[in-house]
Design a protein around this ligand. Structure first.
Ligand code: RTP
Ligand code: MG
Length: 147
């Protein structure tokens, strides 16, 4: 089974959308295996968004992601990396399909509510950046066989 790293960004926390966002992944049938309500340090933000260092929006992105608490999560499931990105919708809410989180709840690319790993390599890297192995909980759910 695949794992991915998802995070409700500071705007999602402030707008009281943690529950609504978590619900989308629960109802899809994915399994929550790690979660943490936390404040991201500047150093962690720079590592997390290392691929964007040097781009014009990098400083604003780091400022924003450290501007308040976030809800960091690890989810498990079949093809969860790609499917979670579909549930999130495109980076720019103007391009996100209706029914996606970013289309339904956001209207501005810099306040797009949720982060999700974009590849197996990113997922592996980001999970280990935010979670110790003891914070990832492996467990069985009776409905797993039906999903
Ligand atoms: P994320 O990493 O946050 O899940 O978003 P993403 O994969 O959909 O988009 P990515 O390209 O990784 O960009 C990271 C975040 O930077 C902001 N951004 N601004 N041209 C711009 O002004 C611009 N491009 C990206 C967005 O907030 C995006 O979520
Ligand atoms: Mg990204």
């Amino acid at each position: 089974m695949e794992k991915t790293f998802l995070m409700v960004k500071p705007d999602g926390v402030q707008r009281q959308l943690i529950g609504a966002i978590v619900h989308r992944f629960e109802e899809k049938g994915f399994k929550l295996v790690g979660a943490k309500f936390m404040q991201i340090s500047r150093s962690l933000a720079e590592q997390h968004y290392a691929e964007h260092q040097g781009k014009p929006f990098f400083e604003d992105l780091v400022q924003f992601i450290t501007s308040g608490p976030v809800f960091a999560m690890v989810w498990e499931g079949r093809d969860v990396i790609r499917l979670a990105r579909k549930i999130m919708g495109a980076t720019n809410p103007l391009e996100a399909a209706p029914g996606t989180i970013r289309s339904d709840y956001s209207s501005f690319m810099s306040r797009n509510l949720i982060h999700g790993s974009d590849s197996p390599e990113s997922a592996e890297r980001e999970i280990h950046l935010f979670f110790n192995s003891s914070e990832i909980i492996e467990y069985k759910k009776a409905i797993d066989q039906w999903i």
